[in-house]
Design a protein around this ligand. Structure first.
Ligand SMILES: NC(=O)c1ccc[n+]([C@@H]2O[C@H](COP(=O)([O-])OP(=O)(O)OC[C@H]3O[C@@H](n4cnc5c(N)ncnc54)[C@H](O)[C@@H]3O)[C@@H](O)[C@H]2O)c1
Length: 446
């Protein structure tokens, strides 16, 4: 006699069918750098998508067809909203109608540099109140191994009243967005998925398979959580290494970029990373700390992470030391000098200043008595502890400075780099933006 399908099979099969037909209603919680591009990608391939955010300004912008994320064109948001494929809401009740909900909320650090998972906890609590049996829930926020199982699972399992893989489905899939990257976007960046049960993994794989060319399944959410942290720790540690190489080259009176580029001609066994004024953004400075924190609880000291953090967070001090060296060469001091910081975003061609090393550089220069201005074509105003408008970049402004510090090597400034170097009395270049240009020895590299 044929067995009637269990509720697991029914829930899973129905949801799989909806996903494969692109009829599954997809909810995205958190419409920031990660959530908005993802919401658009699902909507573009035909899924009905509802974005939910606690920030009413974002919801309003999307409803008006306005994009506040540079990688997402406003025209695209407008046409997806107009076609009815993308909706943004402030009312979490809409989440109960969703077949799949993807959580893309922030995971910052507390002042103590411990993980702050309060946004995940709040989002999960909101979803719990609007939960519907049979939903697929996916956490994308970067976090320490164990978060999905230890924090998210118990909320929906309700003390054993519901079973994962039967009454609801749960997976972790780390986001790999690289803001400003024109080559690798959501579609051609493989996506890792780790489900709580094989069926959870299969459903999550099917969902992402609709928008990503390659989905890589791992055996557990912990493996997926750890893979993301390995990626970002790999970057943080290698940047720490080249930053230390830059400090060594400073002592040895060598050009770190020349040395790295020479080493990079080796066609195997070497990967080039470049030094800079420090690391920034929502990922590289923070994510390894999630791993280090988790391991401390297991009585394990993540030494590479701690060392890289120490070196990388010292780089703004080194930049200020180089400004001092440059001014000293003209018998001037930092105290009383006019210094222009060129570029304040944490990397080139983006608008994001979160954790940008430009901020401590400005602070430290001010502490030492410099009058600091900045120019950044992507950031008209800095609003925070550093509160300044961007100055217009003119030859006249450059000529009035005692020193210009290139913190971010945007592809384009209002003046070509040759003119910037020529018009500035002194330049401290943290990015090798002035490669091959030096007017009468006025360029100091990191
Ligand atoms: N930005 C990146 O380049 C990047 C890359 C890879 C991974 N990540 C990870 O992705 C996650 C999200 O990062 P992001 O850069 O998109 O952050 P973000 O700050 O740009 O966006 C997060 C959004 O979540 C909203 N939000 C906060 N609490 C909420 C809640 N309870 N319910 C609904 N919405 C809520 C915020 O209002 C905000 O719009 C983080 O864990 C981050 O580490 C980010």
């Amino acid at each position: 006699m044929k067995k009637s399908p269990s509720s697991t099979e029914k829930n899973g099969t129905t949801l799989l069918g909806l996903i494969l037909k692109r009829r599954a209603k997809v909810g995205i919680m958190g419409l920031g750098y990660v959530g908005l591009p993802l919401a658009c990608e699902f909507a573009r391939v035909g899924f009905p998508v509802t974005g939910y955010d606690v920030d009413p300004a974002k919801v309003k912008d999307i409803a008006r067809g306005v994009s506040y994320i540079p990688d997402v064109p406003g025209e695209e948001v407008k046409s997806l909203v107009r076609s009815g494929k993308l909706t943004a809401v402030s009312d979490p009740k809409a989440l109960s109608a969703m077949d799949a909900v993807i959580i893309c909320v922030p995971t910052p650090l507390r002042k103590s540099r411990d993980p702050d998972v309060s946004y995940i906890v709040a989002a999960v609590d909101t979803l719990r109140k609007n939960f519907r049996p049979g939903q697929l829930i996916i956490l994308e926020s970067t976090t320490y191994p164990g978060t999905t199982r230890e924090i998210v699972l118990p909320v929906f399992a309700e003390g054993g009243k519901r079973e994962v893989g039967r009454d609801f489905f749960l997976a972790f899939s780390p986001e790999r967005v690289d803001p400003g990257n024109r080559t690798f976007r959501i579609r051609n960046t493989p996506k890792i998925v780790g489900g709580l049960t094989p069926l959870c993994g299969e459903l999550a794989r099917a969902l992402y398979g609709s928008v990503v060319e390659k989905v890589v399944a791992v055996s557990s959410p912990e493996a997926a959580e750890m893979a993301k942290l390995l990626e970002n720790t790999f970057r943080a540690v290698n940047i720490g290494l080249v930053n230390e190489v830059a400090l060594m080259c400073d002592r040895l009176k060598l050009d770190a970029w020349e040395v790295i580029n020479a080493a990079a001609t080796k066609p195997f066994g070497f990967m080039a990373f470049y030094p800079g004024p420090g690391i920034g953004g929502h990922c590289i400075p923070l994510d390894p700390q999630y791993l280090s924190w988790k391991l401390k609880g297991l009585n394990f000291n993540a030494r590479f992470i701690e060392l890289a953090d120490e070196i990388n967070s010292h780089m703004p001090d080194h930049v200020v030391k180089r400004v001092g060296d440059a001014l000293n060469s003209r018998s001037k001091s930092v105290n009383g000098s006019d210094v222009l910081v060129l570029g304040v975003t944490y990397k080139k061609d983006i608008t994001d200043v979160r954790e940008s090393p430009a901020l401590p550089v400005i602070d430290l220069l001010r502490e030492r008595g410099a009058r600091v201005r900045y120019h950044d074509p992507f950031v008209p105003r800095l609003n925070g502890e550093v509160n300044l408008p961007s100055s217009s970049l003119t030859r006249d402004l450059l000529a009035k400075q005692d020193c210009v510090v290139i913190v971010t090597d945007h592809s384009r400034y209002a003046l070509p780099i040759e003119d910037i170097v020529e018009a500035s009395p002194l330049v401290v270049d943290c990015r090798n933006a002035t490669k091959g240009i030096d007017v009468n020895g006025n360029v100091f590299k990191l």
